[in-house]
Design a protein around this ligand. Structure first.
Ligand code: GUN
Length: 289
């Protein structure tokens, strides 16, 4: 078997085009969704992600601001900026890029964001609402994974889903979303016993561990749908300036076993920003009543 490639890049481009049309319609009613991104420090990957968020939000017709703060920013100053953004009626979505530099408390920062503007879906109010099935702002990466899965498989009811990874941004909300879609969900992680065997039970395998190519072809059930959330940079080959980007799944090996798989890059990654824009429009519409 050679798995179909799930083209997240094309899906995300289509979603952004639909969002741009919606934003155009809102603008005629005087509502321009506004996204504020806060970047603290100089993490190179975060700088790239934040630059893309800023550009794509503008391209969709939104107000897009980035607050770039030095790595030695005091917690009180960061909280003061969040309070200002919470009170600004032109801003409907606030995202503080993670990870934060050492010395800043990410949990306190997330708790300070108005839940109605928490487009990352990390505030306990949004986490709780997702868990009880109430309307919530949902973390962008798992939301994007669900869109790709629904597009590929339609109804997910009854599928056995294994999520490898238990982070608040990805693994935990992914499990909630799959459960809400009537999957039978297992959340596995680095301490899971017989991890490869657990993965082999999956009709839907979602890998979000941050370890390059950890999941081999023999971990995958024949015919499974594989969603690879990992974005890992390998060390550079001789003569190269930068190493290749690879996922958490050994793509070539998995392609011979799975029915469908997301590539890295060009799979889940582009969906994250498209879903961020989607969340910002949703927050703006809710704020406008
Ligand atoms: N760092 C990597 N992914 C994300 C994300 O989705 N949101 C935030 N805030 N930081 C991230």
């Amino acid at each position: 078997m050679t798995a179909d490639i799930i083209d997240g890049k094309a899906f995300a481009a289509g979603l952004r085009a639909r969002i741009a049309t919606e934003v155009g319609g809102l603008a005629t009613r005087g509502l321009v969704p506004g996204l504020a991104v806060v970047l603290v420090g100089e993490d190179p990957a975060s700088k790239v992600y934040v630059g893309s968020k800023e550009r794509l939000a503008r391209e969709a017709g939104m107000i897009s601001t980035v607050h770039r703060l030095p790595a030695d920013t005091a917690q009180a100053d960061l909280l003061a900026l969040i309070a200002t953004l919470n009170a600004d009626p032109s801003i409907h979505g606030i995202l503080v890029q993670l990870p934060l530099p050492a010395g800043l408390d990410p949990q306190a920062v997330v708790m300070a964001i108005d839940p109605a503007k928490d487009v990352d879906g990390l505030h306990p109010i949004n986490v709780g609402n997702l868990t009880i099935g109430a309307p919530a702002l949902v973390p962008c990466t798992p939301s994007g994974c669900m869109m790709l899965l629904r597009d590929r498989l339609g109804d997910l009811s009854g599928a056995r889903a294994v999520v490898v990874g238990r982070s608040g941004l990805m693994g935990k909300p992914m499990a909630q979303l799959l459960l809400a879609a009537n999957c039978t969900v297992t959340v596995a992680h680095s301490r899971t016993r017989d991890l490869s065997e657990v993965c082999r039970t999956a009709d839907i395998l979602v890998a979000a561990v941050g370890r390059p190519r950890m999941i081999g072809g023999d971990w995958i059930r024949p015919g499974a749908t594989v969603i690879d959330v990992g974005i890992n940079r390998l060390p550079p080959e001789p003569g190269q300036e930068k190493g290749r980007l690879v996922g958490d799944v050994d793509f070539d090996a998995a392609r011979a076993v799975a029915a469908a798989i997301t590539p890295v890059p060009g799979g889940v990654g582009p969906m994250t920003i498209a879903c961020l824009l989607d969340n910002t429009v949703e927050a703006a519409c809710r704020a406008a009543g």
